[in-house]
Design a protein around this ligand. Sequence first.
Ligand SMILES: [Zn+2]
Ligand SMILES: [Zn+2]
Length: 253
Amino acid sequence: MKVTFLGTGTSQGIPVIGCTDTVCLSTDPRDDRLRSSVLIEWDNYAYVIDCGPDFRQQMLSAKVININGILFTHYHADHTAGLDDIRPYSHKNGKVQFYAKNDVIENLKERFRYIFATKNRYIGAPNVVLNEITNRSFNLKNIKVMPIEVNHGEQKIFGYRFNDFAYITDAKTITTKEREKLQNLKVIVVNALRIDEHPTHFNLQQSLDFIKKIKPEQAYLTHISHKLGFHSEISKILPKNVSLAFDGLSIQI
Ligand SMILES: [Zn+2]
Ligand SMILES: [Zn+2]
């Protein structure tokens, strides 16, 4: 399985528009972060987790010819605002498969009414197939995918486990029961927003504490804000089995 980080930034990305702090002005390309998303590929299959406002740019940079579907973690705009740009895949395949839980589906139907319209559809609108998921494993081709429920403040959202790999973003807390689904992982990706605490996302310390509990072989941090610090400096203070992800990084699992 190959995982490519399409974006590793928090909701506003880095640089933040109009921001003149040092990280936003950094010349290190690893400090430029599009909105968080990953591409997961195995055999001849390709799935994307989330579809934020940078989706078009991400598909072009990673040269993604085709996708088999999109899994959504939650409905916030930084994870869904790129939906209109799935059109090339919809036109190519007729439809794009979506995997999401009920609250995400309801929210998308409200915000992207033209995509889900059944009457007087605009001819250029993308076609999607909604696969509603609950907190139970489901199959994507020949792999069993396990949702992991995490709390994003008050909101219950999903991370996903694919075999020995798990992807969790926008978590603030997780129950012991859900955390137990994350044993024996080769790689976990988990969000780490900044140094200071935040009401709905792990800060760096909370993310490191979480990783310590689940003991993966390797962890990568994502959903990073400009307030975390420079990639080069934060990398030096992390434990051996933890790295900052950066846009364009690919790993084999
Ligand atoms: Zn987010
Ligand atoms: Zn969010």
